[in-house]
Design a protein around this ligand. Structure first.
Ligand code: BJ8
Length: 427
């Protein structure tokens, strides 16, 4: 991994980062990455691209964002899968995911938020308070959404530190909810037209839909290879690909992931894999895992299991459905975008039986021996929904391990013991 700190100092200064704190963060990531990623055996060659992306996580991509801004372009930060990136892209802005997966400045955060707030929220507020995230500092607008109560209320505080716009997301999927959501899509278009000075057209929207669909198709290919009896890529590597999808350049990402998918398809044909054929196959489901949160996958795979799929926002919920490419009018395309996004099955919705169907369907498709339900501590929607997931999985004879954890490494010993016992039981 290259030492990037010397090359980008001026850029980070211009972004107003707290340089000593930022330096400490940048030193921690290579250590974590090395322990989780570079320690793996038999990785696909194509993952070298992601090694490079992580080594440049606050370098090259940030430079690209600054270059885009220098020509009058805008950068838009998002926190949730429900914010349609096709619209941001169509209007010439670059979209970056801002969810953070590491503890930062918690003492300061806990002066603003209750201690019993999930790690994902504490982390993005901490990154902002600590001035260590060049993505959030690059954003001309941050788009929030009314999903869980924690996020909704945190955006009010976050909005005092950054320009925040909140989309109203319904919590049910009745016809009236679609009407509300479709109006919210129009409101978003208006807001982004005002921000970018560009107009949404059939041409720019259909091009953006196709580009984002291509990105999702590439991820579908990569993940389809994980259904093989000998799994050609680790769960850790597959997770990283989706984490990076939220901020990388779209055409470049698509090309690199398609190249990895080619390699994986060949590996499957040649019977080459990252784990023995009898390694316990685990489906992970639950709260999102923002970069650099690799904890659960690392524990499972170091214990001899292999994660074959993720039913989560940093997993299948991100790539499994596409926006229709059939429609010719901009209005019709926005209808299709509204429909695709409202179809996502987040635990913030009630009822959310679609998620249970997805989990059971994926467990079958990926031949999972067990399901690991992961809820971030204090993430009430997923922690409560774990009960229904477990009941439905048990009815199908699939063992479930429920884990509540956060970003700290304090529980790693206990977690490993529970995972090891689970892996022994499922095989
Ligand atoms: S679509 S999962 S990205 S809301 S972990 S902040 S739910 S208390 S992130 Fe999410 Fe959109 Fe849903 Fe996906 Fe709240 Fe839970 Fe924290 Fe969470």
């Amino acid at each position: 991994m290259s030492d990037v700190s010397s090359d980008y100092g001026q850029m980070w200064t211009d972004l107003g980062l707290n340089l000593p704190a930022h330096c400490a963060l940048l030193q921690a990531i290579p250590q974590m990455y090395s322990a989780a990623y570079l320690a793996q055996a038999d990785r696909p060659e194509g993952m070298k691209y992601f090694d490079f992306v992580v080594s440049e996580i606050h370098g090259l991509r940030i430079k690209e964002l600054q270059d885009h801004k220098a020509t009058g372009g805008k950068v838009v930060g998002t926190f949730c899968l429900y914010v349609p990136e096709e619209i941001i892209r169509a209007l010439g802005a670059l979209n970056v995911g801002l969810c953070a997966g590491a503890e930062w400045a918690y003492n300061d955060v806990e002066r603003l938020l209750p201690r019993t707030t999930c790690a994902l929220i504490k982390s993005f507020v901490g990154f902002k308070l600590g001035k260590v995230c060049p993505y959030v500092e690059s954003a001309d607008l941050v788009i929030g959404e009314t999903t869980c109560d924690g996020k909704k209320k945190a955006y009010e505080i976050f909005g005092e530190m950054a320009p925040v716009y909140v989309m109203e997301l319904p919590q049910m999927k009745k016809p009236g909810d679609m009407t509300l959501w479709r109006a919210e899509i129009d409101r978003l278009v208006e807001k982004l037209e005002e921000l970018t000075g560009n107009k949404l057209t059939e041409e720019n929207l259909s091009r953006a839909i196709k580009e984002v669909n291509d990105k999702r198709r590439a991820l579908q290919r990569l993940n389809a290879a994980r259904k093989a009896a000998i799994v050609p890529i680790s769960g850790l590597d597959a997770l990283l690909a989706v984490q990076v999808a939220f901020y990388d350049d779209v055409p470049r990402f698509t090309q690199m992931v398609n190249a990895i998918a080619d390699e994986l398809e060949k590996r499957v044909a040649d019977g080459i894999g990252v784990a023995p054929a009898d390694a316990p196959r685990i489906l992970v489901t639950g709260s999102p895992m923002a970069i650099p949160n690799w904890k659960v996958h690392d524990v499972v795979e170091k214990a001899g299991g292999v994660v074959v799929a993720e039913e989560m926002c940093t997993g299948s919920r991100y790539y499994d459905t596409l926006v229709s490419e059939e429609c010719a009018s901009a209005d019709g395309m926005l209808d299709d975008i509204a429909a695709k996004y409202l179809d996502i099955n987040c635990a913030c919705f009630t009822p959310n039986t679609g998620r249970i169907d997805d989990i059971l369907g994926m467990a079958k498709e990926y031949k999972a021996d067990g399901i690991l339900h992961y809820a971030l501590q204090f993430c009430t929607p997923y922690a409560i929904e774990a009960y229904s997931v477990e009941r439905a999985a048990h009815a199908e004879g699939i063992p479930v391990l429920k884990i509540d954890t956060d970003y700290s490494m304090e529980d790693i010993g206990q977690l490993s013991t529970r995972v090891e016992a689970f892996l022994e039981m499922v095989k």
